[in-house]
Write a new protein. Structure first.
Length: 222
């Protein structure tokens, strides 16, 4: 059936008119930041929102790159507000992925051109948030606002990783977008890690330990 306005309308009927859908992408990557999208749809204009459904808006993972790119201008045209927030690699390394995801979402909310009264999130809530919120498992499949946020965030992050491919040749970031694809793992073995790799993740920690062992075998096990 695809995402609907069911959850948005529940907030709308409770008196909350400006409802933001939030979703993050890049959570499981070995490299690059995590990116959150925030989209406020005109929930009261159901016909207008229906244009997005008719255009095939759904969870970004179910769409081709071409379809995602084509949806972003439509989302930006119809939405009351669209924004991006980023959790940096430094924050992921220092604090972990969940705090970085939440930072990205909070930054996306703050970057919106309109105030928001309620939040719809994919999977996990924002503990410090005082406004009404609802975290929905597989929310990008259920909520039109969250689906729109997932598409906006995915397109932004993919473009970022394509740019990083020029800065860090050999890792094929333009194709794997920082995920642990075989070519990416092979490049890590031959080229080592870059400044955009998440060094606190297990594969990177293991790689660092192995490289240190090669550099100074005397420090290894005997």
């Amino acid at each position: 059936m695809g995402p609907t306005l069911l959850y948005e309308l529940a907030f709308w009927e409770a008196g909350h008119r400006l409802i933001v859908g939030l979703d993050e992408v890049g959570r499981g990557c070995l490299a690059g930041p995590v990116v959150a999208g925030a989209v406020v749809l005109p929930v009261g204009e159901r016909v207008l929102c229906g244009v997005l459904r008719a255009a095939g808006l759904r969870d970004s993972k179910q769409l081709s790159a071409t379809r995602r790119e084509s949806l972003v201008p439509l989302i930006e045209e119809l939405a009351l507000g669209v924004a991006i927030g980023v959790g940096t690699v430094a924050e992921i390394n220092a604090e972990g992925i969940v705090p970085a995801c939440r930072r990205a979402m909070q930054r996306a909310i703050q970057a919106l051109p309109c105030p928001v009264e309620a939040l719809l999130l994919d999977a996990f809530p924002l503990p410090s948030e005082e406004r009404p919120q609802r975290a929905i498992v597989r929310g990008d499949d259920a909520s039109l606002s969250i689906a729109a946020a997932s598409v906006v965030a995915k397109v932004y992050r993919d473009r970022l990783m394509v740019a990083y491919d020029q800065d860090f040749p050999g890792y094929d970031f333009a194709s794997n977008k920082g995920y642990a694809a075989p070519a990416h793992r092979a490049a890590l073995q031959t080229l080592g890690a870059t400044s955009i790799h998440r060094m606190n993740w297990a594969p990177l920690r293991a790689l660092t330990a192995y490289q240190l062992l090669l550099e100074d075998p005397a420090d290894g096990p005997t």
